[in-house]
Design a protein around this ligand. Structure first.
Ligand SMILES: CC(C)(COP(=O)(O)OP(=O)(O)OC[C@H]1O[C@@H](n2cnc3c(N)ncnc32)[C@H](O)[C@@H]1OP(=O)(O)O)[C@@H](O)C(=O)NCCC(=O)NCCS
Length: 176
C-alpha cells in the first residue's frame, strides 16, 4: 500500500471505502457507512490519505481522521485550567475517528495522521476558537498512543472510553 502525498476530503466517487480495514469493526463501519452521511448531515468532516492512483482509478484509503465539535464540563479539567473558564460547558474540537489501514500500520502514518488532524484543528481555531482538542480512546493501547503526544485523561465517565484532551494553546506552541 503506497500512500499518496496529501490528505483529501472523503469523496465517494474517488475513494474505495469498502476495502478499508484497520482491525477495528467500529472504525471500519464508520468509514464505510457513516462518514459520508455524517458529512452530508453537516455534523463532521472526514479527511483521508489515499493510495497513489491513476487519474481514472479509485484509490484505497491508507488512513483517515474525522473532526467534529463537542463540549466538556469545566469540572473534568484539572483545577488550574478549570478556574480560568466559565461555569458552563466548554466548546472543544473532537477527533471523532482516526485510523490507519492494517497494511500501513507501524510505519509512522498514525503519527502523521494525528499531526495533520491537530494542524487542521488549529486552522479552524483561527476562525472559531475552542479550548482544546479531545479524543475518546477505545482502549488502553490507544490511550498510550495519544498520551505520548501530550494528551491527558479528563475526569470523564462515558461509555467505558477514556476521554483525553490537549489544550489548544499547547497545540499552537507545537506548530509555532
Ligand atoms: C492506533 C493507530 C492509529 C496507530 O497507527 P500506526 O500507524 O500504527 O502508528 P505509528 O506507526 O504512527 O506509530 C507512532 C508511534 O505510536 C506508537 N504506537 C502505535 N500504536 C500504538 C499503540 N496502540 N499503543 C501505544 N503506542 C502506539 C508507535 O510505537 C510509535 O512510537 P515511536 O514514534 O516512539 O516509534 C493504528 O494502530 C490504528 O489505526 N489502530 C486501529 C484503530 C484505532 O484503534 N484507532 C484509534 C481510535 S481512538
Amino acid at each position: 500500500m503506497k500512500p499518496g502525498e496529501n490528505f483529501e476530503e472523503l469523496d465517494k466517487s474517488r475513494h474505495l471505502r469498502k476495502r478499508f480495514d484497520c482491525g477495528r469493526k467500529e472504525l471500519n463501519d464508520f468509514i464505510r457507512q457513516s462518514a459520508a452521511r455524517h458529512r452530508d448531515a453537516g455534523i463532521s468532516k472526514t479527511l483521508v490519505l489515499p493510495t497513489l492512483a491513476g487519474e481514472d482509478e479509485k484509490a484505497d484509503i491508507c488512513c483517515f481522521y474525522t473532526l467534529s465539535h463537542t463540549e466538556i464540563e469545566r469540572e473534568t479539567l484539572p483545577k488550574p485550567l478549570a478556574k480560568k473558564l466559565p461555569r458552563y460547558p466548554i466548546p472543544v474540537m473532537l477527533i471523532a475517528q482516526l485510523a490507519v489501514h492494517t497494511e500501513a500500520q507501524s510505519q509512522g502514518l498514525g503519527k502523521i495522521t494525528l499531526i495533520q488532524a491537530l494542524k487542521h484543528c488549529l486552522e479552524i481555531n483561527k476562525h472559531l476558537p475552542s479550548h482544546a482538542v479531545v479524543v475518546d480512546a477505545l482502549d488502553k493501547g490507544v490511550q498510550a498512543f495519544y498520551e505520548q503526544y501530550g494528551f491527558k485523561a479528563l475526569d470523564h465517565h462515558g461509555q467505558g472510553r477514556v476521554r483525553l484532551y490537549l489544550p489548544m494553546s499547547t497545540i499552537a506552541e507545537l506548530f509555532s
